[in-house]
Structures are given as structure tokens and as C-alpha cells.
Design a protein around this ligand. Sequence first.
Ligand code: FES
Ligand code: FES
Length: 904
Amino acid sequence: MSNYEVNGRLYSAEPKPGQCLRTFLRDLEVFGVKKGCDAGDCGACTVWLDGKPFHSCLVPAFRGHGRKITTIEGLAKNGELHPIQKAFHDAQAFQCGYCAAGMMMTIASAAFDEAHKADLPHALKGNICRCTGYRSIVDALHGKSNIEEDVAGKACGASLPNPFTDAILTGKARYTMDIAIEGLLHLKVLRSPHAHARIKSIDKTKALAIPGVVAVYTWEDVPRRLYSTALHEDHLVDPDDTYMLDNVARFVGQRLAAVVAESEAAAEAGVRALVVDYEILPAVFDPVAAMEPGAPLLHDKSEVVTQNRNIFCTLQGEIGDVAQGFKEADAVHEMTYSTSRVQHVHLETHGSIAYKGDDGRWHVRTSSQGPFPSRAKLAHLMGVPAREIHVFTERVGGGFGGKQEMVSEDLPLFATMKLDGRPVKWEWAREEEFIGATTRHQMTTKVKIGAKKDGTLTALDVHCVSNTGAYGNHASETLAAAMGSPIAAYRCANKKGVGHVVYTNMIPGGGFRGYGASQTMYAMECAIDELARLLSIDPVEMRRKNVVRPGDNVESIWKEPGDASFGSHGIDECLDIVERELKKGNGVAKPDGEEWAEGTGVALAMLECGPPTEHRSGADMRLLADGTYHLACGSSEMGQGIATAHKQIAASIVGVRALDVDIINADTDRTPYDTGTFASTGTVVAGKAVHITAQAMRDDILDFACRHTGVVIDQCRLDNDAVVCGNKRITLTELHAAGAKVNHRFAVSRRAYLSPRTIAFNVQGVRLAVHRVTGEVRILHSVHAADIGRPINPMQCYGQIDGAVAMGFGWALIENMVHDEGHMVNPQLRNCRVPAFADTPHTDVFFAGTIDSIGPLGAKSQGECAINAVAPAVANALANATGVRFPHLPFTPDRLFSKLGKVK
Ligand code: FES
Ligand code: FES
């Protein structure tokens, strides 16, 4: 045994052959060392060796011998945060916090000097944050504080810090995989190398002979029950087209067999030792080709119903008379636009640990946006009552829609059930996220749009084809979103649309921030600009003239009335802000040289807040004996800050500090039911549940106080930690004790349902420079205005919008999942070009001053819609700069280069 000094403590341990320092430290239960890639790209694993920062996933563990190893757990001294931790605290320079440890270990090292600070794009090139857009990290480096004081009764609307800040910044926060469990088994899967193949046989013999391999499961071993991995309460909205393990591979990366072993290495060796006999089947990758007669069929089994061969579903409709509308138009624009696949890249990969508890039930610790629908699916798959399964989250390291999917829970649960309840862990590698998880649906959208000379829209016709890949999770819902808000955003008497979702042998699509609307909003906003250009109308004016307003029917292509309604309307203010800021400028000049062309573009996005079908959330609240409150809410905290916002909502109603409200989230045993945290429902549904639950708690306290004191209720009021009844002041602790004597528990529960849905808007403005020879694009000025109602926590809302806009720039300009016959050729963070600091422009974020009459405490969707306006604003700025319309995302230099000869 060798001695290793970690954070001043000596450990006697021997690394396994070939083991890297990251996994070695985690084996020592130093869980502050995180994994985002195991390839030296993300920096989540950064530790110090003798004070110098290293990516521990790239360092052989034995190199730590004889050196001082420092991790995030060792940064604070004598109970005092390190100045960088303090700076991250004050600036709240994180959201999910998964990157924070590595980021701080880089910045806090002595090597990070003033020269590094002056050149952050280079200095932070080894640390990726997917959540923040990096602005708050810059704030931390500049010593800026973004937080406000937590004042009793004034929590709502204040920029209060995340309640888990200290745990996150000191490495004590426990994410899904941050736990040591005695006797833990490891699960790894074999993934298909073929886009379409039937498995004739899988020979397990060699795998089972590997020391440490405990079990191998194939399609012949697991329950043969169809399901969809998409997490929706109503399972009918997604096709049941998936088996846990199947004998047909429909995309490269599909899981085909699971190996369970005493160590990860043995499980991986077991996977490599499986011998599979494949019958290769013809494959189809293009959705248009997949609709043709004679195309290879993806799902030919009778259980899976498709409307027409590979077409999973078609949505269509018409209001007014589109043909007549085009006759009345003075100008018509028609073009086909397409958007690319992109991966969520939540820095914490998917993963679950399943085990049998002392209570005899099955427990699944997982990284999920929907523990409750996960439990329902697991119960269905395993054939056991849902009450026998407990699904819960610890801290979740990002989601963005990627964890609205049940993809890592079933196999560990199945294995633990088969293996006498032994705990089984399955942690995904980064490459598996790229090839085996889900992506934003690739969509191609043809828009035909006409208007009169004055800009009044007369007709709109949208034709959309969505490539759902091999499975239909979220297929119809994302298409419905694609055919919804983007078309409804504009007044037009005559609208028509048809959309198809098509199966192909590509990686499946899934839910992703913006959820289908991002894709068609992009097409619509490019088309509006083109139409404005044809009519010589200012593009902002064109939007002002045609955008929907209170009093309008908010309608897309369907005559049936929807439940979307204006609880507030801030689009005019957003357009004004962006126009003003772009005109004002930010002093950043176009680079010198006539090769650079400069252009400005604007785009808007509209969001009906929440999904159109099914959504319910509950909240439980208790007054505790010490006079503080406990809140339980089923929605998932994954970095979007919903736990902070819920505490603030509750605290403001009962008149205390947010600090006085403790919260737990997303646990099927300990929190009330929640349909899942997606589509902005964390604020508009779960937030509403918290709001009305806190009101019920306030009423309960006042009612009891009135009876207890004999003072009429009108003269009773909550005052921070007490109730004032007439001239008597009773502390909540005393009141709780009085309640206990008469068996009054001060516990309330309320449920909220989503309807009507209010409407949010966002506007993005971009000024950019594009190099006509190299195709390089530089963002010179980025402005975003958000109509989000009342920000529950302005600092968090800025952060959410920063993060969404950064993702939007990534989607527009650099992120590129390159596939060759279904094989992803660049499944690494650096090669897929997930935005680093250097790729992310600063954005000036503004809020419209709306207070919503429908959302809780005046709030509406706070963080989702911002992404939708970014790519079209970039496209419009590129067209403005070059005179060339680039219709296909992403705008990588090679794509721009081919057309840049036409630069004006
Ligand atoms: S896990 Fe080491 S750099 Fe990403
Ligand atoms: S806060 Fe940086 S990855 Fe989530």
C-alpha cells in the first residue's frame, strides 16, 4: 500500500492498474472531484498536484503518490471559504453547480495569475459550464456580488442565493453518483455498432467467464414489455415502441445487452467479450426518404402503430383561406429552413443506482426531471406495484430536457431485482450521451408567407418534417409545439400547416429546452425578416405590426380554441429595449479589414407557458416546532433554481425569510406528486402549487391563532416568526406547542393544475461581423429582452437567460453533431464544439416590466423560451451583413464559406 496525501489527510491505498487520479480519488470517497467527460475537455475533475491544477481524468493515479493532492474539499481553511469560493458565493457563479468545483480549482490556483485573469478565453479553455453562459463566473472573477439580503416577507423578487450554495462550493453537495455503497455492482451496456440490424444471437460465454462478471442480460432475459422512454404522465402521448433490450437495433448506439460486474473494468471487459451475430438490415437516415414507398421500415412489429409506414404522426390544419390569402398578398416569401441535432450536454451524465432497502422495497437514486413518471414506467416494466418502488433525486447536475427521459433507471433496477437486491450502479460515459441518449429533433421547415404592402400578413403556410430517429419519444409533442407557438405568434387570418414526424435509423430525438418550437421559430423568424426585406419594411416594425396582442385569438392552424391567454403582454417593451440597445451600441467595433462584413439582426420568440396537456404539481408545507417551515415539492431541482424560487414564494406568503423555509424536492416517498419538471412548469405549475399551499398554511395559522387567543381573525396577522392577534404577540414556536396539545399539526397540502396557460415573449438582438474569406463569425453585441412576468429571483432569471442564450449561440454557430450513415463521428465535447468560455459572447439581458395575472405571484415562464430567438437573430444578422440567406443550422465557417462570394 502507498500513502497518498489528499487535502492534508493520508490515505493508504493502491491504485488499480491503469487507474486515473479522478476515479482513484472518488474511490477514496472524495466526491467533490466530478466527471463530465473523462477526456480532458470539461475540467469538472480539476484538482491540484502540489498546487498546480490538472485534469485528474488525464493523470495516472500513481503520479499522485508523494505529492500534495488538493481537491475542492481542501480549498476552504479553518471553516473559512477560500476567496474564490467566497467570490463564487457572492456572484452565484453556478447553476447546477456540477462544474463549479473544477472551475474554482482552476481559478484559485497560484498558476491563475493576473495575466490569466486578463485573458479568460484562454485561461478557462479547459473548463466547460453548460448552465451559466459564463457571465456569472466573470462576475465572480471581478468580485461582483449578485445577491441581496433575505428580508422577512420580502423574499419574492429578491436575488437570494441558492440554499445549497455552501455545499456546492465546498464539494459537500451530493450528486447522483456521489455515494459509497457497500457491495456495489457496476453495469455497462453493449451498444449497437449498426444503424439497423437484427440480432441472431448473443453469446455470453466469454463475458461470463471474466472474473468479476456477475450477470449478462440480453433481450431474452428482460421483460418483453413495450414502453416509451419519454417522461409524460399520459403515456398515450408517446408511442410504446421501445423494449428494455431488443433483438433489433434501430440506431447506432442503441443498448443491446447489459453486463453486471463487481467493478467497472470487469463490466467493460464483459461487454467487449460479448459475441453478437447480426443480420444487417437496410437503413434509412433521411426522413423524406423514409416516407417514400419501399423505404426500410423501422417498426414493423404489429404492436407499434404508425399512421403510414415510417410516419409516426401527422398534424395538420387550416384557419381561414390560405389560397385566398396568398392572392391578396403583395409580396410572398418561400424558403426551406432546417435545424440541426444538438445534444443537451448536462455536465452530469445520466446515471442511476438501484438497490433493495431495509423496508423490502426497491429504491432508485437517479438524475431525473421526473421521478414520478419514472416510477410509473418502472412499475409497468418490472410488473410490480408502483408503491414497491421509490425513485428519488439527490442534486441533479443539469437537465435541459435530456432527463425528461427514463433511460438509466430500468436496467439497474432490473439487475438488482435479479441479484437479491445487491445495489447496482449505471453511470453513463460522455460518449454514450452523444450516441445513446436523445437530441433536439432535427426538423426541416418550409415556410410560405405573404403580406400586403403595408406589412399586414395575409397568409402563412408551414410544412414541417421532424426526424424522430429510431424511437418516437416526445415525437408528437415536439411536433405539436413546433406547429403551435411559432405560428400563433403572428396575427394572420389565413394559416395552414402540416407536420410529419418520421422514424429513421438515427439517434432518437427527445425533449430539449424550447421543445420543438425552437426549430420552427427559427424558420418563422427568418421568413418574417425576408418578407420585411421584400417589402422594404424595418424588420422590427414588421414584428410590431403583426405580433399577437391581447384581444386576438391566439391560434395556430387549428380552429379549436386553446387555453393560451395573455396574463400579461410585454413584447412591445422587449422590441423597444432591443431596438434601443442596438441603436445605442456597445462600442465594440467591427474588426479592421474589408473582408469583415457587419450586420444586425433581431428575432422574437413566443411561448405558451407549460405543455398543452396534463400537468399537475403538489406541495406540502408544515410549521415545525422551532417556528420554521418545511416545504416538500415533487418538482426536480436541476440547476434551474426552482428550489430557491419555491422557498421564496412560500416565504413571501407566510412573511418569513427564505432561510426559514426548508425544502425537499423530487422524491416519490417524501414529496407530493409532480408530473415532471419540464416545459417551464417548475414556475407556472409547481410554483402555483407552492403559492396556494403557503396561502393555506397562512390561513391555517391565522385560524388557529384566532381560536387560541379569542381575537377575531381580522385582527390576526403573521409577523415574521410570530402571529400578532390584537395586542398579543405569540411566537410560532409557542403556537406550534399550543397546537400540539390539541393535536393540531399545522400541515397543509395543495395541488395545482395547468390551465389556462399564460404567454411569454423573448426578443434577441445581435450585431455581428462575418469574415468573407474564412467564414468566421464574431458576435459584437448581443442584447436580450425577456417578458417573463415578475422575476421571482432576478439574479437566477438573468442566469437562466444567460445560459439559454449561450446555448442558442452554440446551436447557431458551432455545435455540430456530425453523422455518417447514423454513426456520430465526433462524440466528444471538444469535437462536437460544446461552447467554452471563448465561444460564448456576453449578452446584455433586460426584463420587460410585466406582472402576470395568471402565473404565481405575477411570474411566468422564466428560463426556457430565451433560446428560441437566438439562432434566427444570428441568421438575420448574417443575412443583413452579407445579403445572403443561410437557411441551415449551424452556421459553421465551411457552410458560410461556400456562399460568401456574394458578400456585399
Ligand atoms: S472529466 Fe476530466 S476533463 Fe472532463
Ligand atoms: S453550473 Fe456549470 S455546468 Fe451546471
